[in-house]
Write a protein that binds this ligand. Sequence first.
Ligand SMILES: Nc1nc2c(c(=O)[nH]1)N[C@H]1C(S)=C(S)[C@@H](COP(=O)(O)O)O[C@H]1N2
Ligand SMILES: [Mo]
Length: 549
Amino acid sequence: MTGEKRGFTAAAYGVLAGILSMAMAELAAALIGRPQAGPPAAVGSAFIDLTPGWLKDFAIRTFGSADKLVLLLALAAGFLLTAAAIGPAALRRPRVAITILSGVVAVAGAAVLTRPAVLPVDVLPSAVAVITGVITLRLVGRLLLSRDRVALGDFTRNDDGREGGHDDRFTWNEGREKAHDDLLARKDDGREGAHGDLDRRVLLTAGAGMLGLAALAGGGSRAITALRRPGVTAIALPRPARPAPPLPAGTDLAVPGLSSFTTPATAFYRVDTALVIPQVDPHDWTLRIHGLVDQPVELTLREVLARPLTERDITLTCVSNEVGGPYAGNARWLGLDLAALLRQAGVRRGAAQLLSRSADGWSATTPLETILDGRDALLAIAMNGRALPPEHGFPARLIVPGLYGYASATKWVTELHLIPPGGGRSYWTRRGWAERAPIKTASRIEVPKPFATVPAGPVMVAGTAWAQHRGIAAVEVGIDDGPWRQAQLAATPGPDTWRQWKLPWNATPGRHRLEVRAVDATGAVQTSRRAPTIPDGATGWHSVLVTVT
Ligand SMILES: Nc1nc2c(c(=O)[nH]1)N[C@H]1C(S)=C(S)[C@@H](COP(=O)(O)O)O[C@H]1N2
Ligand SMILES: [Mo]
């Protein structure tokens, strides 16, 4: 085997060793019930937390819910490249290999140990990865070297291929390899004898074995994690003491292509920093209310379910949503009246913010006055008549009408901490996002789609608009340079939800620009001024270009 060829083979086996190590680590993480302690998840999560806010915001805006997949793929590519480098190094320069491997271990170890709510067992998956990596690299190294020894044996009589002056950091193996390569080059017949065939078979078998083992371990870890998933259906939902008012007729304008008034949970946007969805056991979950309160409280889920529950239709929006963007959804939430809950604990004078924390160490700060001003702020346990799906915060999350999610909508919430003004910052405010985060008035055109081609004649232009807790009073559509036309508004149950609108348009052939703006119930017209999503939400009018034929 030539040096180049052997290097390639070693790189391939380095990659295999890397895959196997990760699969074994995932299996270990699944077995101890800590999927978040698997090296990819831990490194990815640490990466997310270390990423500057603007880059995170960019990732959310660009990749949406696929942001995590993109990150994992990038990390996997980086890791496999490193593994590919370790393979040949393990063969020729053990010290280099050990240095790279130590670097990988240090990164993974630091990531695991700095995760919030870390447990001592969390180092286990990384340890399994290292041990697997070292063992497989040694075995592979031995296989590759023994293969050389056999090959070299054919040429021992002519072992004078060493040239003077080559790098004396070369190890014994490298000297041998060099000799071997020179000899092979001289032999130059490309044939390998029976030994070669045997070795190739051994190598291929080893490779296939590693892949098979990795597949088994990977599959096993997924199956175990799936089996351990706490039963979402395990909680029986009580009837609300204060049901949502029935939806008025006509909340849905039934225009094809327009998003429905109530967003199904499966279609609801998802934005969070959780690479591994926190798996919270509903039997173990508690909510701690403490800080500036007269009486700290700790509630179990059973206790929450035993209290009178409120049900409300509320539209949630992400601050990372760009003009015309998709990160808004409307659901019927069921939960505890958050203001009543805090008042029961006794809000002390001097308390100004609610610092809420989640099972995965995320946090939000919400102005207390907003929660206590009479709006329907909820500790929600259900969405659209079912327990919260794991990705939307099972078993409990906060929902505060009128505030962007980053400053209010803590999923997997476990802690409500009442703090004085300036008493603490939270995940996004620490990264430069605003302390006050009222949702800005927004409107978007959903049909026709941007750059759509539509036949001339009657065309229905339609979309949604929102200004949570103020309400939408009017929506206006501008076509080309014409005057604003009043759109027809759909019914809404109240000011906390979005509102559909439509405008029949008699389309004439050519290219047209459609633009929309809303007026909120205070009479304020949506601003045309373009603002970015950072630090407190994008502004500007949404427009689409269409071709009429
Ligand atoms: N624990 C936790 N809660 C969180 C987040 C998060 O990253 N972690 N993201 C917030 C943000 S930025 C938004 S917009 C909403 C989105 O809620 P959804 O994913 O259910 O739509 O959740 C909020 N709650
Ligand atoms: Mo968000």
